[in-house]
Design a binder for this molecule. Structure first.
Ligand code: FE2
Ligand code: FE2
Length: 183
């Protein structure tokens, strides 16, 4: 009984994974990914490792905030008229972006690097809680008539586009950076 229940659950999970995520599932998956990288950063012992994790965190957060601001937040505002939740989220994004720009301009050797990443993790933790808690943006979005499947598809497409552009640009940027270092 227990076993068949478990395998039915596994089948359900599998079929869910093979279909596209709705908007909230997609955004929550991003949140979990970044939380995991912040945890790894805390345990990292070398500056190279810290630098590569911080780069992943900053890139992922930039893309995540872009798709929220371009697609999810405007649709949320139209559907719910919840201006307080919406504006607060945008202000929190603006704060996070400043800190991300600071981190990106720093090297992991900088005395303040760990502190900046820690404060960013705290800001993001607060912001994610605001989005995910009862009465927060995601709960209100679920109650509204937003087409979360369609928004999920659009956000996924936009995300893929940003990631493809970043991958295309990265070797060039790295090449320029290393040639500057070699000079
Ligand atoms: Fe988010
Ligand atoms: Fe957000």
């Amino acid at each position: 009984m227990e076993k068949s229940h478990r395998s039915a659950e596994a089948t359900k999970r599998k079929s869910r994974a093979s279909t596209s995520k709705d908007a909230i599932a997609l955004l929550k998956a991003d949140h979990r990914q970044v939380e995991d990288w912040f945890r790894q950063f805390k345990k990292a012992r070398t500056q190279t490792r810290k630098g590569s994790l911080a780069e992943k965190i900053c890139n992922a957060l930039r893309v995540h905030m872009r798709i929220e601001e371009e697609i999810f937040y405007p649709a949320f505002l139209v559907a719910t008229r919840e201006t307080d939740l919406h504006h607060e989220a945008e202000v929190e994004h603006a704060g996070a972006k400043k800190l991300i720009a600071d981190i990106e301009a720093m090297r992991p050797e900088n005395e303040y690097y760990d502190a900046k990443v820690k404060v960013l993790s705290e800001m993001i933790k607060h912001h994610v809680k605001e989005e995910e808690q009862p009465g927060g943006m995601f709960a209100e979005a679920r109650k509204s008539d937003m087409d979360l499947d369609d928004l999920g598809k659009r956000m996924k497409a936009r995300k893929d586009q940003f990631e493809a552009n970043a991958n295309a640009a990265a070797p060039g940027i790295r090449g320029i950076a290393s040639s500057l270092l070699d000079a």
